[in-house]
Design a binder for this molecule. Structure first.
Ligand SMILES: *Cc1c(COP(=O)(O)O)cnc(C)c1O
Length: 402
């Protein structure tokens, strides 16, 4: 994990960058930050990270939330959540390295990548993470030599054609295949102590969760026949957030899930792996117009951030972000927002009606914390956006111990 470079932050954390009560996502704050630190910016609000975590915790009482690092693996997010008492969901050596650097207790982490190299297992074990996920016999056999040092969850697949990202196509054991896997684990003397699933990211409704919980409950009841005692149910991630389209409020979304969980024996420990829900609303981007051209009666604006940068989620995550120009209202013109690279696919949005923009005018993308900066690259050598983390007016460094 490369260390996050922050430009000119000598006084970071020592002085108030914004008034304590000032929303870092308000237009005046964004303009101030761009004036000071340049563009493009990726602005994380630690307070929003906290609020998302608390709101989901309240909607899922008794469920331990393991933040999945993948959508926004930034030290400040991990630190903020650790201070809230969160748990963590890791999938790679880089993610293990990041939590290790932040002194996150390994007992609070699980490793959930269903497919691992031996070195991935060894790295996680060396840090002290001892709960892993498997979904097939070959993966199970990789743990024979570590059987005294860890316990495993079996990832069960439940297809979710309605989720934006169906994660059960690529991973997971068919529910009917779980008994055989339990049997094999018993023969190999490997301890299975839980089941997990992921209904798919940005789930449209909670029905898949409810069906998956019921099916897992059946499997758990039959598990003692193969000598396993399954005490953990991991209901994964997938909790949705508002983008251009609003979704069900999280309390309403979780209500049937909570009801389904009440049917489980009280001894079952329930955990979840939210990623998007925690991080998406907690970051915005600010990009500047670096050039413009009138083409076929339409104003094309070229920004210093685009599809290869913070807007990469438009491709990989199939997301459409709310974008706005931070300019005064006025007569509008047909407009296109494009990214900076020399590739023609690098177009953020077409068919817009915008006031006429000038060089340096700002375009803000909201709900951009998840699967955006994380999947950005530096194609054409346009650098990724500079990350700024604000917390109650203070500008934080990346949160790592120096
Ligand atoms: C990506 C991922 C998550 C997070 O999913 P969200 O939809 O962002 O909540 C959780 N668990 C696993 C195993 C994942 O791969």
């Amino acid at each position: 994990m490369p260390k996050i470079a922050l430009k000119s932050l000598a006084a970071a954390g020592e002085t108030l960058e914004l008034a304590a009560s000032q929303d870092p996502f308000a237009p005046e704050s964004i303009k101030h930050l761009v004036n000071r630190y340049g563009s493009p910016l990726f602005i994380i609000d630690a307070e929003r990270v906290r609020q998302q975590y608390r709101r989901l915790s309240a909607a899922l009482p008794g469920v331990d939330l393991h933040y999945a690092l993948k959508p926004l693996p930034h030290a400040s997010v991990i630190k903020t959540l650790n201070d809230e008492g969160a748990f963590f969901d890791l999938a790679t050596n880089g993610e293990v390295e990041l939590v290790r650097r932040l002194n996150i207790a390994p007992q609070r982490c699980i490793h959930t990548h269903p497919i691992k190299r031996d070195s991935d297992i060894r790295t996680a074990l060396a840090y002290g993470v001892n709960r892993f996920v498997v979904d097939n016999p070959d993966e199970l056999r990789k743990f024979v030599k570590y059987r005294n040092r860890c316990t495993l969850l079996i990832r069960v697949s439940f297809r979710s054609p309605n989720a934006r990202v169906d994660l059960s196509r690529k991973f997971g054991c068919e529910p009917d295949g779980v008994p055989d896997l339990l049997q094999l684990a018993a023969e190999l003397r490997i301890k299975i102590d839980g089941l997990s699933f992921h209904v798919g990211s940005q789930a449209a409704d909670p029905k898949m969760f409810v069906a998956a919980i019921a099916r897992c409950s059946e499997i758990m009841r039959a598990a003692p026949e193969s000598g396993h005692s399954i005490g953990i149910l991991d209901i994964g991630g997938g909790f949705p957030v508002d983008y251009l389209q609003t979704c069900m409020p999280i309390e309403e979304f979780c209500e049937p899930i909570v009801r389904a969980l009440k049917e489980l024996p009280t001894s079952v420990r329930v955990i979840a792996e939210p990623g998007r829900y925690i991080s998406a609303p907690a970051a915005i981007t600010a990009a500047s117009v670096m050039g413009r051209a009138l083409r076929d009666g339409c104003w094309w604006y070229y920004l210093d951030d685009g599809l290869y940068g913070s807007y990469s989620g438009q491709i990989y995550d199939h997301a459409a972000y709310p974008v706005e120009a931070l300019v005064d209202a006025g007569k509008t013109y047909p407009s296109v927002l494009a990214g900076p690279t020399c590739d023609s696919i690098d177009v953020i949005k077409e068919h817009l009606e915008l006031p006429k923009l000038d060089m340096g005018d700002l375009i803000v993308g909201r709900a951009m914390g998840a699967y955006t900066w994380a999947s950005a690259c530096e194609f054409n050598f346009f650098p990724r956006a500079t990350v700024l983390v604000l917390d109650g007016g203070r500008l934080l460094t990346d949160g790592s111990p120096e």
